[in-house]
Design a protein around this ligand. Structure first.
Ligand SMILES: Cc1cc2nc3c(=O)[nH]c(=O)nc-3n(C[C@H](O)[C@H](O)[C@H](O)COP(=O)(O)O)c2cc1C
Length: 259
């Protein structure tokens, strides 16, 4: 019988157990502070965890969700990321960094900087509360140039994570951030190749990002994607969408899909 302490293969790596620590924003300070490093090191040092996926980190200033977030937006971040890799990857634990664009669910949500698939208010409850008694400032509907820029930013961030010595990267497409806005028919009203009217359109950008990241990082690196599968709102994404999305992500090069 399979045990949680058994090994499991993920992409080119064999994890020492089936225990995976999912990404959780720590918010211990502005960016990567010593307390953050110590927190990850404590957990990896147990030697029990197969994989740690560190908290969502921003790929560009416009895509920054919170002041406390870790940055993967600049080449100058690589030195700090090396410290994070060294903290996480002890006693056999394999480390990934979750990379994210906040879309319209970010600190800029109330200013004119935010970008999104469509110019509609974000539905995430904490953002909705922020709008309360205010007229929401709508995000800019992304042009094809904006989409190309975001793709390049995901690739550049993945390469920084690799340069820092991590075993892999996770692309964040959940929790009403940019890529899950594309996935949600409630937030994606586009009619182009990224159309909100079809599962192919709703997963097109994630698929293109996975293909581009895979091409850039090569085969010896774990590429994961986290998918917020259902909106749990009338007219939103439903569980039946997940199979088609997962098949596309696997074909595009994902080693791991976190639903
Ligand atoms: C404080 C906190 C921060 C989180 N930050 C992230 C994050 O950065 N990225 C992410 O994908 N999920 C994040 N999550 C979601 C967790 O990874 C996990 O899916 C969620 O807590 C549900 O698992 P649980 O029922 O075991 O708590 C966060 C959760 C918490 C409680």
């Amino acid at each position: 019988m399979m045990k949680i302490t058994d090994t499991i293969k993920v992409g080119p790596y064999t994890l020492q157990s089936r225990i995976v620590m999912p990404p959780m924003a720590t918010g211990f300070g502005r960016g990567l502070v010593d307390k953050t490093l110590a927190y990850y090191k404590d957990r990896a040092a147990t030697g029990a965890i197969g994989m740690i996926i560190t908290e969502h980190s921003y790929i560009s200033e416009v895509g920054r969700a919170e002041a406390e977030q870790v940055s993967v937006a600049r080449d100058s971040d690589i030195e700090a990321l090396k410290k994070l890799a060294a903290a996480v990857q002890v006693n056999g634990t394999v480390g990934l960094v979750q990379i994210n664009h906040g879309g319209s669910a970010n600190e800029a949500a109330l200013d004119a900087q935010a970008i999104a698939p469509s110019a509609v208010p974000n539905r995430r409850p904490d953002i909705v509360r922020r709008y309360k008694d205010k007229t929401p400032v709508l995000p800019h509907e992304m042009t094809q140039d904006d989409i190309n820029t975001v793709k390049d930013q995901f690739v550049a961030a993945a390469l920084r994570v690799k340069a820092a010595g991590f075993a892999g990267v996770e692309i964040h497409s959940a929790h009403s951030y940019l890529l899950s806005e594309f996935y949600s028919p409630l937030m994606n009203h586009r009619t182009d190749a990224y159309t909100g009217a079809a599962i192919e359109g709703r997963t097109q950008l994630q698929t293109e990002i996975l293909e581009a990241v895979r091409k850039a990082v090569g085969g010896d690196f774990i590429v994961s994607i986290r998918l917020g599968a259902v909106d749990d709102m009338p007219g939103g994404a439903v569980i039946d969408d997940v199979g088609a999305a997962a098949r596309r992500f696997e074909a595009a090069g994902a080693d791991l899909i976190s639903i």
